[in-house]
Every structure is written in C-alpha cells, then in structure tokens.
Design a protein around this ligand. Structure first.
Ligand SMILES: [Zn+2]
Length: 55
C-alpha cells in the first residue's frame, strides 16, 4: 500500500500537496522507518536468529 502524504520541511505540516499550503515551503515524503520494506526483512532476520539460537 502506498500513501501520497507528504510533510512540509519547514513547518512539519502533513499535506498531499508538493507545496505546503500554509507556509509555501516544499514537502517531502516522510517515509517512516516502520513502513520501510527493509525493516520487515530485519524482523524476519531477527525471528530466524532467535529460532536458531533456541536450537
Ligand atoms: Zn509548511
């Protein structure tokens, strides 16, 4: 699932626009780490590690 929400680099307001509607600064896709696919793989790696340590 993909979200188009962006965050203003100046005031931190969340918007769907490329330009912040309240201050006019540019916005960027915040991409929180918990939504990153690499973190998902990291979780699986940790699970695997725990399983192998158990044995
Ligand atoms: Zn702003």
């Amino acid at each position: 699932m993909r979200t188009k929400i962006k965050r203003c680099v100046s005031c931190g307001k969340y918007t769907l626009e490329d330009i912040c509607p309240s201050c006019g600064a540019k916005t960027v896709n915040p991409l929180p780490p918990r939504f990153s696919p690499t973190d998902r793989y990291g979780r699986y790696r940790r699970m695997l590690k725990r399983m192998t340590m158990k044995e």
